[in-house]
Design a protein around this ligand. Structure first.
Ligand code: CAA
Length: 420
């Protein structure tokens, strides 16, 4: 039976990232760009860099395993994998996660794309599914690796992360409010043709498009009866670089005729940027990493309304609010989040450029990735155009591999390819 009266929202939220990081201090030391431009101009201090055996699937599986480990999978009927770093034109990346985690077969798995907006579409679709049947749960995985050309203006805004959140009835963290405001406009501000591994972007146009979409989505939200800015405790913005959130908040406050001083804006948004300033852009995961940062920040939010602004270049945007559930702090994963950020190993500039330039073969040849990640899942290699995933560490072994393709563990051990 459809149930509009049951509150639906985010019951659990976590994120994971890669095992390597490049600091902007290291980058600035080689590019000659003043470090202040990175730290203050774009608001970034470090960026996550994938090891050779990490990708959107391994990050997402790591995040998903935490959620499934806490809540089980019995009631999950849908898994949505939101990404713009897709590893296959046909097969959903979520299927590899489904296999790695040994999830039950009675789950529909799909992949969703609209640049950095994909996960928010997934949240709204998930909310509708749970309203239709409050016994069901939806697992949303948002996983992306932001890559721009070396020496391009976008380079310091690279990054990577995967967020996992469970959408349920009577959630422990946040109830998703109605209404929401949406805004769509076709624009070439940022895109990545299928034949490219790095994004193309018109940087300044993308900032203007983001702000234009914010005006449009927030206006739609207000016209549909949404809260005023004064009634919203804190807004989490999509953070391609954290200074973008400051520009966005300034823009909204100015349009509403409210005071918009830089110090007040910095103070208001600081709880939302602590993770992203160290992870870099994680595209569709970024907003949910910002939300995790806010919840983890120690700011008391019980019963408060928080805003979420999602922007996906191209462009689709949505402004929505959520009500934080009393007692939410008992359900956070603050320690794991700090560990994900601080456990990353620093890479030097030369190693970073090597990693950036490396890629997987596209001709079907066998390839074994260098064993690097300490994470629980790894991309072992490629064979016959198939990605081979496996569990990592002591549990790994011929009987422990969980993907259909990774059971063929002869490939990594054969010493072909290697490196990253
Ligand atoms: N000290 C302090 N600040 C400094 C400085 C210094 N020494 N030198 C420069 N700055 C400031 C500049 O004044 C500027 O600030 P304002 O924007 O407030 O004017 C800022 O640092 C950036 O410097 P530039 O204007 O010289 O810009 P850039 O050529 O370095 O490019 C960028 C910046 C356009 C954001 C570029 O990094 C880029 O193209 N990034 C990728 C695109 C992107 O992230 N777009 C965001 C909207 S699209 C979106 O959100 C979707 C998505 O995820 C991609």
């Amino acid at each position: 039976m459809p149930s509009d009266s049951v509150p639906v929202g985010i019951h659990d939220l976590t994120f994971r990232t890669t095992s390597l990081q490049l600091t902007h201090a290291e980058l600035a030391g080689h590019t000659g760009v003043p470090l202040a431009k990175y730290h203050r101009g774009i608001g970034q201090k470090a960026m996550s860099i994938p090891a050779p055996d990490e990708d959107v699937v391994t990050m997402a599986a790591d995040a998903a395993a935490a959620v499934v480990g806490r809540h089980g999978a019995d009631r999950i009927r849908t898994l949505v994998f939101a990404t713009e770093t897709s590893i296959d034109q046909a097969k959903a990346g979520g299927l590899y996660v489904h296999s790695l985690l040994g999830l039950p077969p009675h789950i529909r798995v799909v992949e969703l794309k609209q640049a950095c907006y994909g996960a928010t579409a997934a949240l709204q679709f998930a909310t509708a599914l749970v309203h239709r049947d409050p016994d069901q749960q939806v697992l949303v995985l948002a996983s992306d690796i932001a890559r721009y050309d070396l020496d391009s203006p976008g380079e310091p805004t690279q990054g990577a992360a995967a967020a996992a959140f469970l959408v349920t009835a009577r959630p422990a963290l946040l109830e998703i409010d109605t209404p929401s405001g949406v805004f769509t406009r076709e624009v070439m501000d940022f895109w990545r043709p299928n034949y490219r591994t790095t994004a193309l972007v018109d940087g300044r146009a993308s900032i203007d498009a983001y702000l234009h979409a914010l005006t449009g989505a927030f206006g739609d939200y207000r016209r549909r009866g949404g809260a005023t800015l004064r009634d919203i405790h804190t807004i989490c913005y999509h953070q391609p670089f954290t200074r973008m959130a400051h520009k966005a908040h300034h823009h909204l406050l100015q349009q509403a005729g409210l005071p918009a001083g830089p110090q007040d804006i910095a103070a208001a948004l600081a709880p939302t940027t602590t993770y992203n300033e160290l992870l870099g852009n994680s595209y569709t995961a970024s907003l949910y990493v910002a939300l995790a940062a806010l919840l983890d920040s120690g700011t008391p939010l019980d019963g408060e309304t928080v805003g979420l602004f999602s922007y996906g270049s191209g462009s689709v945007a949505e402004f929505l609010t959520a009500t934080v559930r009393p007692g939410y702090r008992d359900h956070l994963r603050t320690e794991a989040h700090h560990a994900a950020v601080t456990d990353r190993r620093p890479v030097g500039y030369a190693a970073y450029r090597d990693l950036h330039g490396s890629g997987l073969p596209t001709d079907g040849s066998r390839y074994a990735t260098a064993a690097s990640t300490p994470g629980p899942y790894r991309l072992a290699g490629i064979r016959d155009h198939r990605r081979l995933y496996e569990t990592n560490g002591p549990a790994a072994g011929p009987t422990a591999a969980t993907t259909g393709t990774a059971t063929d563990r002869g490939v990594p051990g054969e010493g072909e390819g290697g490196g990253g």
